[in-house]
Every structure is written in C-alpha cells, then in structure tokens.
Design a protein around this ligand. Structure first.
Ligand SMILES: [Zn+2]
Ligand SMILES: [Zn+2]
Length: 414
C-alpha cells in the first residue's frame, strides 16, 4: 500500500525542532508577561469576510494567499493568515472594552498562507503576536517596541536594528494620497510591474511594498508619507523616537516602510537582524487606530506586532537532545519489577529517566543509555536486590560504585 504523505508546504515538527518552538514560545510568555500582557487564544478558522475587511481586498494576502473554502452549508471560511484580525474581532465580540480601559494580549500559534513554499516560509507557519488596545499614547508604541526588542535580545538574536516610519492618519493621509496620485499620473504606468499597475489605481501606497527593481526606481522620486505628516502625527512620532532613544533601542528611520496591510496608520516598524541578511525582517508591526471601529466596535486606538517563528528558528543554534538524569539498566528478570518501582520513585521526585525494556547484556543497555544522553546509569539485578543496593555508573568518567537507594538521590542531584 502507498504510504500517505503530508500536504505540500506543511511540516512535521520532530523533537529537534519542537524543542526550539518550545523555547521561543516559553520565552514569549515570560517576556510578554513582564510587560503586563496576557494570553488570548483565538480560533484558527474564521469567516473569510473578517480578513477581506481588515487586511484589505486588494492585498496579496487576501487575493492570492488565503486558505479559503466553503463549509458544508456553503459559507466561506478561511484559515487565519495572521492574528490581528481575529484578536480584534474577539475584543469586540467579548466586549472587552467595557471591562478594562487598556488591554494587552499576546497570541501564539499557527497561521496559514497559500504561498510558494521556501526555506523559512511554509504554508503553515507559526507566529507570536502582541496587541495593545485602548490608548493613543506614544508610550504604548515605545513600550511594545521595547518588549519586542527585549524578546529578541533574550532569545539571543544579535545585530538587531529597528526600522521605523510614520504613515500618517486620516487627517493628513488624504492630502498625501493626492500628491502620490499626482506623481503616479506623471509617469507611464505601463513601465510598472502588473501588480503595481493595479495598485496604482486601487491602493497606491502599496507600491512601496514592491520588490521589483524597475518599480523601485520610480518610487525613489515619489513623495513619502513621512513628509506630509500633520502636526499631531509628527508630535506622536517624535515622542516615540525620543522614548526609544532613552531605552537604548537602535533604530533607523525608513521613510519607504509601509508594510502590506491596509489597516496601519501612524507608527509602523520592522525589526531586522544583520544575521538574516539585509531587507529581511524578523518581526514587524504598527498602529491600527481605525481597525476596531471598522469592524463595528467602538473607537479604540491599537498597536501590535507579529513575528514568524520559522525565520527565527534559522538563527537559533542547534539545541542538544535533553539530558536524562538516569537510565535504568536491568541485569536480569529479578531486577525488572524492582527497577520499575525505583524509576517511578525517582520520577516522582523530579528526575528524568528511562528504563531499559530488555534485560541481559549490560553492555548493549549502556550503549543505549549513551545514545539517549543519560548522565548516570543505575544497574539493578538479583544481587543488588539481595543487599538492598544499586550500582551507579557515571557516564562521563565511567566510574561505578555500589550505593544504597537513599544515597542514590544525592548522587543524581549532583
Ligand atoms: Zn496625521
Ligand atoms: Zn512593482
């Protein structure tokens, strides 16, 4: 019979990688809780409309990259391609705004995008997200950026740089958009790539997301949102930068950073590391003050960021197989029952270990213990049972001695 294979772009996570995911997730929980964030778990499946209304109908995500299919009643459902839309929906649906003025959430979990699979980019990937609702204060921008920075510092990613920009607000953006439209009207849009030609009508700011070198040439001469900020936006941006300087964040202003989602305004940012190569963000986010209202909730300013774990995984050192405190070698049948009693006692006391599933040749069992990365081997047979002792072998120096069960715990502790 033909074995069944997994779906293209999906991956099996075996222990070598599961250890890394656990490390990244535990670190996120640890760091984010220090900044007053608590976890929110939202469904993987949502109504398609949620994403088309928030991310934007003419974005690459919505147009090309969503896992969308009808359910049995013909309703269109989508596997979440990102977390913010779902968290925003949950925030409104659970009326969290009526319970607290400021809300800070993080989510950890799989996201799904129908992209061409490549290294570090799978169709099911994993993200850590943080969202802060309820304040316009530039302090919130600085704080969430600080939290992101601390997270990456503590997982050991070096060469960090924050790229930051301001996209303006509903007050100053219309003026900017007009100027941009004028600039686009002044060029022959046939020279742009098909995507950009399209965007130049629907959402011209998205042109800045294009990686095509020819498009980029035109963009060099286009007006930038940063140069058209209203006084409120400029003030906000200056305060964010000031707070970032005070807390030692290494930032550079990137006036062309717009990010591919419709809902961003004011502050947007990306975190890069020179370890993954230029132009390659390991995290990014921004302010989305209009989103909650746009989804039918009350006017609620908000800011958030996301980071993909697979990109970070590429930067992590290999993590060694976890060490076992003990491996129980069973010298004969008599040792088996007593061995399981002893192993149970040791595990209850917090030691990690395995028991050999076969008796007989100590040599082959010791080889197995070595393979499993055990620090100490406990050898147990009829003889040991009779004089109420066990043999302990130190796997690093090979020393072996006979001890009582009581002494055993002390030896394993060291
Ligand atoms: Zn503004
Ligand atoms: Zn283009």
């Amino acid at each position: 019979m033909q074995p069944i294979k997994k779906i293209k772009g999906f991956q099996d996570i075996t222990w070598q990688d599961a250890i890394k995911y656990n490390f990244l997730e535990e670190k996120a929980r640890n760091v984010f809780s220090r900044y007053g964030f608590s976890e929110m778990r939202i469904p993987v499946l949502e109504k398609t409309e949620l994403f088309s209304r928030t991310i934007g109908d003419d974005t690459d995500i919505v147009q090309k990259e969503m896992f969308t299919f009808p359910d049995k009643k013909g309703r269109s459902l989508t596997m979440r391609p990102e977390a913010t839309a779902g968290v925003a929906r949950a925030y409104i649906e659970n009326k969290i705004y009526s319970q607290e003025r400021i809300s800070k959430f993080y989510t950890i979990g799989p996201m799904f995008r129908y992209e061409r699979p490549q290294k570090g980019r799978m169709r099911q990937f994993h993200q850590v997200n943080a969202e802060l609702f309820g304040t316009e204060s530039p302090q919130a921008d600085a704080e969430i950026i600080n939290m992101m920075w601390t997270y990456f510092t503590e997982i050991g990613i070096q060469g960090l740089n924050l790229e930051i920009n301001s996209l303006g607000c509903p007050e100053c953006r219309p003026n900017y958009k007009n100027r941009l439209q004028e600039a686009i009207a002044g060029i022959n849009t046939d020279n742009l790539c098909p995507d950009c030609k399209n965007r130049s009508h629907t959402n011209p700011m998205r042109l800045f997301d294009c990686k095509n070198p020819e498009c980029k040439q035109y963009l060099q001469n286009f007006p930038l949102p940063m140069d058209f900020l209203c006084r409120n936006c400029q003030n906000h941006f200056d305060k964010v930068l000031n707070l970032l300087s005070i807390t030692g964040i290494n930032y550079s202003i990137n006036k062309m950073l717009v990010r591919g989602l419709d809902y961003y305004q004011k502050t947007t940012f990306e975190l890069t590391s020179d370890k993954v190569g230029a132009q390659s963000a390991i995290a990014g986010g921004g302010r989305y003050d209009g989103l909650i209202q746009q989804l039918g909730g009350p006017e609620t300013p908000a800011i958030g960021f996301a980071c993909g774990l697979e990109r970070i995984m590429l930067l992590l050192q290999e993590i060694e197989r976890p060490i076992l405190d003990f491996y129980l070698v069973l010298l004969d049948e008599k040792g088996t029952e007593n061995g399981h009693r002893l192993a149970q006692r040791l595990r209850e006391q917090g030691f990690t270990g395995n028991v050999s599933y076969h008796t007989g040749s100590a040599k082959s069992q010791l080889r197995e213990a070595n393979k499993q990365n055990a620090r100490k081997c406990i050898l147990l047979g009829e003889e040991e049972l009779q004089n109420n002792t066990v043999q302990v072998k130190d796997m690093t120096d090979g020393n072996q001695k006979q001890v009582s069960e009581e002494q055993l715990c002390d030896i394993l502790q060291n």
